[in-house]
Design a protein around this ligand. Structure first.
Ligand SMILES: *Cc1c(COP(=O)(O)O)cnc(C)c1O
Length: 345
């Protein structure tokens, strides 16, 4: 078994955060019940809190972001219908096309620019006219943050108008939504106003071990609850997970700002290496990308690994900063970059 030592510095993702002592100590037997019977008081509390925070009527606790997105697709789209999603969105690329696998609904991918936006004029061309030859388009999916880019509220307003005009529902894949609202210094409720559903992760930058939340109106969540059960994702004494979820929402949102500052610090330090290419302007939240030659990257990742520092083996390398990474960790990492690249022509 692969053993990850405790002092490992892991830049691969913010999913790797571990619950800290305070978060674990927040778990209690109080209120535990069977959540399939809607009798786990802490889960109900987490759902209510999430709905209030994001400005929705109801919310549903789900095991993962992928599950939240899938349930949302199934709930918004009937069999045979289509949803619009970015060609490099998480929903299109990294969720196995679950909508078609389990719901007989198909994606209609559209081009995403580097910042996760698209041009609504060209998007309009992807909506079929009302004709029995064509699938009906019923949903638009957005993603914020997208590769670390937070979608601007103005863009969301454009999307909301587009959906109204075309009678589409609007789903936000907001796995890292609080990184976006932290960046714009706005409340999730204001940021998301006018959107029909959102799924967000408790298990990324917020530091909870497991779980995501899907929010929507009453009818949507009632229907979503049925799909959750059908997918085998109805869970029992979920309070043991809801306590860390509540702890994460109550304590770990403001600290994302620190992750963003450290991310920018790290990226700006690496800018001075002529072997690396980083677009500092696009570093806004907790991730950035390093472009370099293949021959320099493989030995670099090996070298870092020998120092208990983990990066992806992709090119570009995606660097993600999260609550288990300190400034000292970043400085130590920069030193290893220095050592590595001083030997390079
Ligand atoms: C991580 C992520 C998901 C899925 O979350 P899991 O909990 O890993 O299933 C969905 N969308 C985006 C944008 C993500 O980054």
């Amino acid at each position: 078994m692969k053993k990850i030592s405790l002092n490992t510095v892991d830049f691969r993702s913010d999913t790797v955060t571990k619950p800290d002592q305070n978060m674990l100590q927040s778990i209690s037997l109080e209120g535990l019940g069977d959540d399939v019977y809607s009798e786990d008081q802490t889960t109900l509390r987490l759902e209510k809190m999430s709905a209030n925070l994001c400005g929705f009527e109801f919310a549903l606790f789900v095991p993962s972001g992928t599950c939240g997105n899938l349930i949302s697709l199934l709930t918004h789209c009937k069999r045979g219908e289509q949803y619009l999603t970015g060609d490099s969105s998480h929903i299109f690329l990294y969720e196995q096309g679950g909508g078609s696998m389990f719901g007989s609904i198909t994606p209609r991918p559209f081009h995403l620019k580097k910042d996760g936006t698209t041009d609504f004029k060209s998007l309009q061309n992807l909506i079929y006219p009302d004709d029995i030859h064509f699938a009906k388009t019923s949903l638009l999916c957005l993603e914020s943050t997208y590769n670390g880019h937070p979608l601007p509220r103005n863009y969301l307003l454009e999307a909301i108008n587009f959906c109204k005009k075309n009678q589409l529902k609007l789903h936000m894949d907001g796995a890292r939504i609080f990184n976006a609202t932290e960046y714009y210094n706005t409340s999730p409720k204001d940021y998301l106003s006018g959107i029909d559903s959102i799924s967000f992760c408790l298990s990324k930058g917020l530091g909870a071990p497991i779980g995501s939340i899907l929010c929507g109106n009453k009818n949507f969540i009632e229907e979503a609850r049925r799909y959750r059960k059908a997918l085998g994702a109805g869970m029992r004494q979920t309070g043991v997970l809801a306590y860390p979820g509540i702890y994460a929402l109550e304590n770990n949102i403001p600290r994302l700002k620190k992750d963003h500052e450290l991310t920018h610090y790290f990226a700006s330090k690496l800018m001075s290496f002529k072997e690396l290419k980083i677009d500092l302007e696009s570093v806004k939240t907790n991730m950035f990308f390093i472009h370099a030659s293949e021959e320099s990257l493989i030995p670099l990742s090996e070298k870092l690994k020998n120092h208990n520092i983990l990066i992806t083996k992709d090119n570009p390398i995606r660097i993600v900063v999260h609550k288990d990474i300190s400034k000292e960790d970043i400085d130590r990492t920069i030193n290893i970059f220095k050592e590595h690249f001083s030997g390079f022509p």
